[in-house]
Design a protein around this ligand. Structure first.
Ligand code: FEO
Length: 394
């Protein structure tokens, strides 16, 4: 089994999941996902987070392979979402005397999810725990990255940060555990997708968490998902920082839906106009085909967004509304936006899309418009593309 010593006395004991189709029941996992857990061995043994309940048996075997007959003295809970807390009961059953360390919010959730309240210790922000043999854990509260109880754990002597969901990504680990052992390029698209799907609403809290470690030397970032970051720490922290501020790179996502191909033609027309206006990064998505998670990832990546779709039941086409609702829920901001609609006898899409766009802190670059039947409004397409190109390339 894949047990790896990250640095002296600190081990990776996480599990790959290549079986689950949808994370949180929503987000496709074409490349799988890892549930990362770690062991810190001083004179005492601490386990940092657990794994999904479905993986408990493998997880216990892995831990036993590493520590043999020794006991786990402390279970540190950085995050209670069940993809990480799901094996608490199994671990406690095997190591009944271990102390479970979290904060007051963690304690309430452990009781609520797993009915456990004995040997649960609530620590305060900044508290430390000496494991002996030169291993001291420091606990730093980072609420809302991604739940209110979230905290990070730092091993002072080794510069190892157990960061919870922060700096994580989708994608199971393909042999290598640390970034130095693998081609990391496979993970960066999945970082955009993971962040935009799961964490995006909490960007402000990600910023606060990053600020808490400004003056600390970090040699390894051990997230709950994806590789352990070492060489790539500046790139990963920089990307999380930019995503938390909703800073996009020059480019435009055109996200459309179309019932009979006419609205699609409009989207194609705008894409061609954007290209002629010098935009090089153009991603065109049919929302009825591509899963929303991939579209959100590119909307997180690029600074321009054009949305279009037909009128449906005197409102917005359902797949378009799903996207708009996701943008609203995540409070997307700092984007240049354009939008259009279509319809046959009473087109109202653009008017309805506006109600969502007005909730976002974004800049609409051109007047919205609706196409009737299959009559492409060429001039309005040109105006939208020219205005968008001028903004995203500025
Ligand atoms: Fe990977 Fe918020 O749990």
């Amino acid at each position: 089994m894949n047990i790896y010593e990250i640095c002296k006395g600190i081990y990776y004991v996480g599990i790959n999941d290549r079986t689950t189709h949808r994370f949180e029941g929503l987000w496709p996992l074409p490349l799988g996902v890892s549930y990362n857990s770690y062991i810190v061995k001083g004179e005492k043994v601490a386990l940092i987070d657990t794994v999904h309940a479905a993986q408990s048996s493998k997880f216990l075997t892995k831990i036993e392979e590493l520590i043999g007959d020794a006991a786990i003295d402390y279970l540190i809970i950085n995050h209670m979402e069940p993809d990480h807390s799901g094996s608490i009961q199994a671990i406690k059953a095997k190591y009944p005397n271990m102390q479970i360390i979290g904060n007051s919010k963690t304690a309430a959730m452990i009781k609520g999810y797993y009915g456990i309240s004995d040997n649960v210790v609530s620590i305060a922000d900044g508290d430390t725990l000496d494991l002996g043999d030169g291993k001291t854990l420091k606990f730093v509260f980072t609420p809302m990255v991604h739940w209110p109880e979230t905290m990070m754990t730092y091993v002072e002597q080794d510069g190892v940060l157990f960061s919870g969901d922060a700096f994580g990504c989708f994608g199971a680990l393909n042999g290598g555990i640390i970034d130095t052992q693998c081609n990391v390029e496979q993970y960066f698209p999945e970082m955009y997708r993971y962040y935009s799907n799961i964490v995006a609403k909490y960007g402000m809290f990600v910023q606060k968490a990053i600020a808490k470690f400004n003056d600390v030397t970090i040699k390894y970032v051990c997230s709950t998902h994806g590789p352990v970051w070492h060489d790539e720490i500046p790139r990963v922290v920089g990307l999380y920082d930019r995503m938390a501020r909703f800073e996009g790179e020059p480019g435009v996502v055109i996200a459309y839906a179309s019932m009979y191909g006419n609205t699609e033609e409009l989207a194609e027309n705008i894409a061609a106009q954007l290209s002629q206006n010098g935009v090089r990064n153009i991603k065109v998505y049919n929302l009825s085909k591509t899963h929303l998670s991939f579209v959100l990832a590119d909307i997180m990546r690029y600074n321009g967004l054009i949305i279009g779709g037909p009128t449906y039941n005197n409102g917005i086409f359902p797949e378009v509304e799903k996207l708009l609702s996701a943008l609203k829920g995540r409070e997307f901001k700092n984007r240049y936006v354009g939008y259009f609609g279509s319809g046959t006898w009473a087109p109202v899409s653009s008017k309805n899309i506006k109600t969502y766009i007005d909730c976002l802190k974004v800049e609409t670059v051109a007047d919205p418009f609706d196409m009737k039947c299959a009559e492409t409004p060429t001039e309005q397409c040109q105006k939208l593309a020219a205005a968008m190109a001028a903004k995203v390339n500025s």
